[in-house]
Write a protein that binds this ligand. Structure first.
Ligand SMILES: Cc1ncc(COP(=O)(O)O)c(C=O)c1O
Ligand SMILES: N[C@@H](CCCC[NH3+])C(=O)O
Length: 433
């Protein structure tokens, strides 16, 4: 039996090990609960994408890390070192990246309701691209750019009308979505024509993102086909040249044994064939390609280690194993009924003889990490690791019940260090007046 995360192994002492570090020793050193991430694996994932960009597009493009998956200064510094760009979706993410010294020109600013202050911040700092979502934003951006004496390089977020098979909350490419303008009814075409006449804006590209945790090739190929056709139509009809095509992220990862992600390399190869074919057929130059993977860069590189505080067997009904974290550090079950796998830190490959629900410590019945998890015998005091929590956990964490947020421990080559400190009770009251 294997782990769902390839960076895990079993150490000589029989404990779970990540990036050459004993998880029990890390739990001792940094306390529980804690996120533990394999830095080398994050870097390798970036390199897989950068190599694919080189191989299939001859390097004519950029890979952005969609930093909503996990945003902190440490990771932005890593992304800079790995020659990645980043996607930010709020003033807060942008601020964090800039404070980490991330180069502004490699930042793409997304969002369906950017405030004037956020747009000004992007313009002031020379953020590389602003991905415009709607006509109101377009007008604000043109006005603000004029007032500030700047020209903004923009892309448009477009709904290509593709319904990828994933949880309805994380689908974004279909017509009924709050994100972007739609291809179908001429909305996209109209807004681009409008922007083309605006003095302070430079229309550089188009963007789509069809959803997240997608396991199929076809929706990506279809999106690329629709977007390339749209680019060619704009050229034919209005002589508008779109130089940049941003195809978003969304590649699925392995949370449980049942998940069957495709090699990222294969997605990129398949999509590049579509892009090249339409470029030839329609006689338009190959656009500069942008990709925005988030989850697939960090999810499988991280785990969350918890300590068990209570085991409650309700005869004939269910057994609850309660740990010292929960929906505050991982809200994905309560939001999407997401599935995870957990292992006992000691002897993690022991036979799974127990079915029990791994519950959090929040005052909420739905505060569950894994419903009916398959586990080995677990007793109070044991350490349990929930796997593949490296994306959309820390970044979606809350202080519900005034529980301090967890630290992020990075491991690399058998050594560990803190990327984010554990919040203290004083941090919790720091803004209380
Ligand atoms: C615009 C945009 N780009 C990229 C991503 C990253 O998606 P994923 O983490 O699924 O790769 C998202 C999130 O779904 C997004 O909204
Ligand atoms: N936050 C989501 C995905 C949304 C992606 C952002 N558009 C998750 O945890 O799966």
């Amino acid at each position: 039996m294997d782990f769902v995360m390839s960076c895990l192994s079993v150490g000589e002492n029989g404990n779970l090990s990540i990036g050459g570090c004993d998880v029990a020793a890390l739990a001792e050193e940094y306390g529980t609960p804690a996120y533990i991430m394999d830095e080398d694996q994050i870097r390798e994932n970036c390199r897989v994408y950068n190599r694919a960009m080189q191989e299939y597009y001859g390097g004519n493009g950029i890979v952005l890390y969609a930093s909503k998956a996990l945003s902190c200064k440490y990771i932005y510094r890593m992304m800079k070192e790995e020659n990645m760009g980043i996607d930010v979706v709020s003033g807060g993410e942008m601020y964090t990246a800039l404070k980490a010294g991330f180069p502004a020109e490699r930042i793409y600013f997304h969002g369906n309701n950017k405030t004037d202050d956020e747009l000004k911040m992007a313009l002031e700092n020379g953020v590389g691209r602003i991905v415009v979502d709607n006509v109101f934003e377009l007008e604000s951006l043109n006005r603000l750019s004029g007032e500030m004496g700047k020209t903004a390089d923009i892309l448009f977020r477009i709904k290509p009308g593709i319904d990828a098979h994933t949880h309805s909350f994380i689908r974004t490419g279909q017509i009924d979505s709050k994100f972007g303008v739609s291809l179908e009814n001429g909305e996209a075409e109209n807004i681009i024509k409008m922007a083309d006449d605006m003095e302070n804006l430079n229309v550089v590209g188009v963007h789509c993102h069809i959803g997240s945790q997608i396991f199929e090739l076809e929706p990506f190929e279809l999106a690329a086909e629709k977007m390339m056709t749209f680019i060619a139509d704009l050229k034919d009809k209005y002589d508008i040249s779109i130089k940049e095509l941003n195809l978003g992220g969304g590649y699925g990862i392995k949370y449980t044994e049942g998940d069957t992600p495709i090699d990222y390399d294969k997605y990129i190869q398949a999509v590049s064939k579509v892009v090249r074919r339409i470029s030839e057929e329609r006689g338009i130059p190959l656009p500069y390609i942008v990709m925005e993977p988030g989850r697939s860069i960090t999810a499988e590189t991280g785990l969350t280690v918890y300590r068990v505080g209570a085991v409650k067997e309700i005869p004939g009904v269910r057994t609850y194993i309660s740990v010292d974290g929960g929906m505050g550090d991982n809200p994905r079950y309560i939001l999407y009924q997401s599935e995870y796998e957990a292992v006992r830190v000691n002897n993690p490959l022991a036979e799974k003889t127990v079915t029990a629900t791994l519950a959090g410590k929040c005052c909420e019945s739905g505060d569950i990490l894994i419903k009916d998890a398959k586990l080995p015998e677990i007793k109070v005091g044991d350490l349990v690791a929930v796997l593949a929590t490296g994306a959309y956990n820390y970044s979606m964490a809350s202080n519900y019940n005034r529980i301090p947020r967890l630290p992020i421990v990075m491991v690399s080559g058998g050594k560990s260090r803190l990327a984010v400190k554990r919040e203290s009770y004083d941090d919790l009251i720091a803004n209380d007046l």
